[in-house]
Design a protein around this ligand. Structure first.
Ligand code: NAD
Ligand code: MG
Length: 414
């Protein structure tokens, strides 16, 4: 693991990008928001709107939600809107963009535009493996990336971190746990870190008996007790696959062995994660569950400003509870640990199988408990490669999607 001060360097924008920081510039920070119509994208626009002109949405990108995208464009007048789905781009709603806003279509156009010299920071907030290509494109030219799309690091952590280092590109975590760890790591050197403690809300089924999990419905799984998020990550929170993905994300982002990362269930979602140092001291970051805070920090880093995120109310009594996770009821956690330890193609296969399984659960095809079972089956049987190229990873992603679909068809047929 690098020294905590080295981590600070990694997290600090590279020389070129640092010139784009609000404190040292006469113009606003131009931000490309990939996935602007989603939950993180919407919160990013809220942060920009409350930034007193510090942050300017320069590009907005989405897949199919064109009416929302057009409405956002009217509001913030970006230089570009990008629709990656070509059919959706024909939506008449996009015919009436503001005068200074241009429309581009397709993933290649998005990858080209994130590399534009005008872009100071890229918010990577597309959901799933679809976020990898544009994040990669941004890092390739040394852009500072505010990373919400954890799947990028889950699929290709070592390659992505090597690319960022080679290009002098900073990756600033938006995931609240990793943002908390980035902040807590300032308290000591890498040598002094004993372990990272990722907190997990436990999701809507934290207290549900094992025998009832097979029959929970998508609507029940989508009712998260503390966070309001997009559907995929909400289901991941219910299975605790989200924590599994975050364990892998932390392993690569902070270059720390999986054995030094633990998960603690904390139902209030106020302590966003912690770092335990060798002397037994534990440093935590606290704030209400509100993604606007880590988003703002990733955009303004290394500075802090007053902002729109909710505050803790210390005048009212509240409680913070902690308990160990139950890996028997939530076996996805074990899969995340395994993929973080094995590295190679394990993360990409875990991620792809999980994406297929989540969609299939949402479509009512498989029970909730099959999500982890299906993912485990793909992880166990895939042709593991310890040092894959990006092409190998994409090939295994496609393999896992095909095999997972066949697994579901088999289950439906039996
Ligand atoms: P969401 O479903 O609300 O939004 C997804 C966005 O991605 C939409 O704008 C959609 O149009 C876009 N998109 C989907 N496929 C695309 C494609 N092929 N090309 C271009 N755009 C595409 O998702 P979300 O909850 O905002 O999550 C986004 C990412 O952030 C995920 O990786 C998630 O794990 C991560 N994250 C989310 C939260 C949260 O609070 N929502 C917290 C931490 C991390
Ligand atoms: Mg998180």
């Amino acid at each position: 693991m690098p020294d905590a001060r080295e981590i600070e360097d990694v997290c600090r924008p590279a020389a070129g990008a640092a010139a784009g920081h609000a404190a040292s510039r006469s113009r606003p920070l131009n931000v490309a928001i990939l996935g602007s119509t989603g939950s993180i994208g919407g919160s990013t626009l809220d942060v920009a709107a409350a930034s007193d002109g510090r942050i300017r949405p320069w590009l907005l990108a989405a897949c199919r939600s064109t009416s929302r995208l057009a409405a956002q464009a009217q509001q913030v007048q970006p230089a570009w809107v990008v629709v990656t789905d070509e059919q959706a781009a024909a939506d008449p709603a996009l015919k009436h963009l503001p005068a200074g806003t241009r429309l581009a279509v397709g993933q290649d156009a998005l990858c080209e535009l994130v590399q534009a010299t005008e872009v100071d920071r890229v918010v990577s907030a597309i959901v799933g493996a679809a976020g990898l290509a544009s994040t990669w494109a941004a890092l390739e030219v040394g852009k500072t990336v505010a990373l919400a799309n954890k799947e990028t690091l889950v699929m290709a952590g070592p390659l992505v971190m090597q690319l960022a280092a080679r290009q002098g590109a900073a990756i600033l975590p938006v995931d609240s746990e990793h943002s908390a760890i980035m902040q807590a790591l300032r308290s000591g050197s890498a040598r002094e870190v004993r372990r990272l403690l990722l907190t997990a809300s436990g999701g809507p089924f934290r207290t549900k008996p094992a025998e009832m999990l097979a029959t929970v419905t998508p609507a029940q799984a989508l009712a998260h007790p503390t966070w309001s998020m997009g559907p995929k990550i909400t289901i991941d929170s219910a299975t605790m696959m989200n924590k599994a993905l975050e364990l892998i994300e932390a392993r690569w982002l902070f270059d720390i062995p999986a054995e030094q990362i633990d998960v603690v269930v904390h139902p209030q979602s106020i302590v966003h994660s912690m770092v335990e140092f060798v002397d037994g001291s534990v440093v935590a970051q606290l704030s209400p569950p509100d993604m606007k805070l880590p988003i703002q920090l990733a955009l303004d880093h290394p500075q802090r400003y007053d902002g729109p995120a909710r505050r803790l109310d210390w005048a009212t009594a509240f409680q913070l509870d902690f308990e160990p996770p139950d890996v028997d009821r939530f076996p996805a956690l074990l899969l995340g640990r395994e993929a973080a330890s094995r590295g190679g193609t394990a993360g990409a296969v875990l991620n792809a199988a999980n994406e297929v399984a989540v969609q299939s659960f949402l479509d009512g095809q498989i029970p909730f408990t099959s999500i982890a079972a299906l993912t485990k089956s793909m992880l166990d049987t895939h042709p593991f490669d310890a040092e894959p190229s990006l092409d190998d990873i994409l090939r295994l992603d496609a393999w896992a999607r095909r095999e997972a679909t066949a697994w579901i068809q088999n289950q439906l047929a039996s």
